[in-house]
Ligand binder design. Structure first.
Ligand SMILES: Cc1ncc(COP(=O)(O)O)c(C=O)c1O
Length: 443
């Protein structure tokens, strides 16, 4: 039996009616990648308000690695509902916050003394990581990367690379932010040397910094080990090693932004684990609480303890329902072997993507760690000109057949997969079959 069930064209009349209300009531600046309105979501299936069943390869932009309405998450939230909704951690302590902090300290890379603080969104986690890094080091500069995405608040917008839609018209940006090239081998003018990233060299990094900022004034380097919104480009291991050595040499804190890569997406709990990397701080959000708003900064106790009391935190940060949900997520991660599913799903997706790349010249690159897989579409393989138009048409062709797909990339020409990692193989294959039909239709 197929999972997809289409009762109306997409969008159906009830979705259209809600979208009309949305247009009148909601800021136009909030994007709507699909025109559907949701009535129900379970596992990897979304049912819209017209009764259409769709396969979800977008996973709430990577927030539901353990699946929509994971039973362990629901049970934990229901249990917490019976006790209290909010008391504010800055006022009174509660078990779910502390228990979750203990667990985050335990499961993140490194055996040193760690601490955690919880906030509401990924952007807020990044802001707090930078605040702590600046306070601890007494330095003000922050180094980030081309193609980075770290959020939409003022500081994180400054760290984010992509101008449209994230930065245009929103300046002035926070000062003391410096950007260096990301090791994006597919688009690197030099290309890999002997199969290795040409930038993976401490002396080379010193050269890059020489024209950008004094490394001894840098508080932190923040990196996505696989770019998320920037197009699912994984930093080569040799580059990560060189960067970590450079940071150590200059006493710069290394912040791994694992907001999109975390919780099994890359086939490991955290992408750091692919590199044996122990960052000073790690930011998480998205799948941390299985769909509830929660984000964390976890890392060196001396760094996170440095700022004055009251300097970090916030009214809703680490609210009890979200912390309970996150404990349910971590239980599910272990009991349901979610990271292992990430590896299996990644292998299945990679194999299909590579087969399609053999057939379609417009697929310029197939890449990704674990289930964090993507294809980059180009007008032709020689020029590598980004083909945003074809990417948009592919997403539309998939949606009209009942598959929710998301794009990414600075040039909007990357198709990414953020499918819930609990998806059954036959549902995954059905979704990939739809993707193949959609690809053929736009070829
Ligand atoms: C790597 C990364 N950092 C930060 C953010 C910002 O998170 P939020 O949208 O929760 O503020 C995102 C969101 O996509 C992200 O992918």
């Amino acid at each position: 039996m197929s999972s997809i069930l289409l009762k109306t064209p997409i969008p159906g009349p009830a979705s259209k009616a809600l979208m009309d209300r949305r247009k009148k009531a909601v800021s136009n600046a909030v994007p709507a990648t699909t025109p559907i309105a949701v009535a129900q979501a379970d596992g990897a299936i979304i049912t819209d308000v017209d009764g259409n069943r769709l396969i979800d390869f977008g996973g709430g932009i990577g927030t539901v690695n353990v699946g929509h309405r994971n039973s362990r998450v629901l049970a934990a939230v229901r249990e917490q509902l019976d006790h209290f909704l909010h008391v504010a951690m800055p006022v009174s302590t509660y078990e779910p916050y502390v228990a979750l902090a203990e667990r985050m300290n335990r499961i993140t890379p490194g055996r040193h003394e760690k601490k955690t603080l919880f906030v509401n969104s990924g952007a807020e986690a990044v802001e707090n990581a930078i605040k702590a890094a600046r306070f601890f080091t007494g330095r003000s500069a922050v180094v980030c990367f081309e193609h980075a995405f770290h959020g939409r608040t003022n500081l994180t917008m400054g760290l984010t690379a992509k101008v449209m839609p994230y930065k245009k018209g929103f300046g002035p940006f926070a000062p003391e932010i410096y950007r260096i090239p990301y090791p994006y081998c597919y688009r690197c003018p030099e290309g890999p040397r002997g199969g290795k990233c040409c930038q993976a060299d401490v002396a080379r990094l010193a050269g890059v910094f020489a024209g950008v900022v004094d490394p001894d004034s840098v508080a932190a380097i923040i990196i996505e080990l696989e770019l998320g919104e920037g197009g699912f480009v994984a930093a080569p291991p040799e580059y990560v090693t060189a960067l970590a050595a450079f940071a150590r040499e200059h006493k710069i804190l290394l912040i791994a932004d694992e907001i999109q890569t975390g919780f099994g997406r890359t086939g490991r709990m955290f992408a750091c684990e692919h590199h044996g990397l122990v960052p000073d701080l790690i930011t998480t959000a998205k799948s941390l609480a299985g769909g509830l708003p929660l984000a964390a900064v976890t890392g060196r106790a001396d760094v996170l303890d440095a700022p004055q009391v009251g300097g970090l935190g916030g009214t809703f940060g680490g609210n009890p329902l979200s912390c309970a949900a996150a404990l349910g997520v971590l239980d599910a991660m272990e009991a349901e072997k979610i990271s292992e599913h990430g590896v299996r799903i990644g292998n299945l997706v990679r194999e299909r993507f590579q087969r399609w790349a053999d057939r379609h010249q417009f697929i310029g690159d197939v890449r990704g760690l674990g289930a964090m897989m993507a294809m980059e579409l180009v007008t032709d393989r020689q020029s590598k000109n980004p083909d945003k138009d074809r990417t948009t048409r592919l997403l539309a062709a998939a949606l009209e057949r009942g598959l929710i797909l998301l794009s990414a990339g600075t040039y909007g020409n990357v198709v990414r997969v953020l499918v819930p990692l609990t998806i059954a193989d036959e549902v995954l294959q059905e979704g990939l079959g739809v993707m193949e039909a959609a690809l053929n239709s736009i070829a």
